[in-house]
Every structure is written in C-alpha cells, then in structure tokens.
Ligand binder design. Structure first.
Ligand SMILES: [Zn+2]
Length: 87
C-alpha cells in the first residue's frame, strides 16, 4: 500500500493558503514523475546538483566548470518512512 504523504501535504498547503485569503490556488511538489506500471503512480524525485570540470586527454583540467542535475527516486517516503511500492 502506497502512503498518501505527498498528496496530504499538498492538500495542507492548499488549506493554509485558503485560510490566508488566497484563491485559485495551484500547488504541487516539483520534480514529480509519473511511473508507468500496471498501476501508474506519481513519485517525487529528489534532484541532486553536481558541478565538475572534465579531464582532458592530456590529463589537464578542462577550462569550464559544468553544472548538471540528476534526479534520484527515494526508496522510502521521507515523511513517514513507508517503503514506496508500485501498488
Ligand atoms: Zn509517507
């Protein structure tokens, strides 16, 4: 059974915004991915940013620093600790 922490937290943000006299509220975690399985489910990916300089063929460091991001899927819910399953 998949926990509902992410959906519950989005709902709580909406409720707080509503209480603060906000309207037309759109809210959702960034970096959400839809995992297509027999029972599709959404998953929040954790972005990890890294920067580096390439090593040239002669062994010297490249001139430019590059920055990239890789997204990693958590195995367990960061809020309740339940294993994130495909069901
Ligand atoms: Zn959870």
């Amino acid at each position: 059974m998949k926990c509902k922490c992410f959906e519950d937290l989005e709902q709580k943000v909406k409720e707080k915004c509503t209480k603060a006299n906000m309207t037309d509220i759109e809210c959702g975690f960034k970096h959400k991915a839809l995992v297509m399985t027999e029972n599709p489910y959404s998953l929040v990916m954790l972005p990890v940013e890294f920067s580096y300089r390439l090593i040239k063929k002669d062994g010297s460091k490249g001139k430019n620093t590059r920055t990239e991001t890789v997204s990693i899927a958590p195995t367990y819910c960061p809020f309740c600790g339940e294993k994130i399953s495909k069901e």
